[in-house]
Design a protein around this ligand. Sequence first.
Ligand SMILES: Nc1ncnc2c1ncn2[C@@H]1O[C@H](COP(=O)(O)OP(=O)(O)O)[C@@H](O)[C@H]1O
Ligand SMILES: [Mg+2]
Length: 235
Amino acid sequence: MALLEVADLRAGYGSVPVLHGVTMSVEEGSNAVLLGLNGAGKSTTLMALAGLLPVAGGEIRYDGRPLTGPPAARVRDGIVLVPEGRHVFPALTVRQNLRLGAWTIRRDSRRVRRNLVDVHSIFPRLEERADQPAGTLSGGEQQMLAIGRGLMAGPRLLLIDEASLGLSPKLTEQVFEAVRLINGRGVTVLMVEQNAGVLAQADTAFVMQQGRITVTGSGAQTLEDEAVRAAYFGS
Ligand SMILES: Nc1ncnc2c1ncn2[C@@H]1O[C@H](COP(=O)(O)OP(=O)(O)O)[C@@H](O)[C@H]1O
Ligand SMILES: [Mg+2]
């Protein structure tokens, strides 16, 4: 069953349209990738899904119902965005950053503790660095913290915006591996990437160009697509 269904979604900034009718469907439990070059409209799509940007047309359905509520209600429903650029709070400790991710469930202290244990099991480094200011972490560790903070809210659908940006190939692989682990625990994932290497682990891939989805397929199929290879691997 599809957890997320996006039909002819239109959105933009003020009077400037960016998304010109985006259609895609993400199955419950799957690992989906939205691939696109800079400026394609990937972040705009995730912002609309998270409720951070008004929808100008089309429909978003989540768990079989139209999705229209404010951002906090969407987080409570399990839609959690890990934003591009990480945006960790540098002066706060790693633990404090993680706790902020649990804001919407803060009254359920057992659930907060359980989620923290889960985050530490996926990112042991974050437990080792719990008392360290987040600003002292490396770029890769900050990305893990940003994802960990998202997990603290207990997502059902995790939206991850360009986790690999600025990371070395080795750290990129570690972050992708962590996402596989998270997906393996039952969280539906929609990753936004410019790094086509991620297609190898994607159940479904959507390629976005100028505010439209131009290719939809399995990750493996899309990796073999000639237009995709030309745009992302220069081959
Ligand atoms: N806050 C904004 N105000 C106006 N235009 C924006 C804003 N953010 C992004 N855009 C424009 O929207 C288009 C898509 O941007 P974005 O969704 O960030 O692309 P991507 O995440 O795929 O790199 C770009 O042309 C960009 O310049
Ligand atoms: Mg972006």
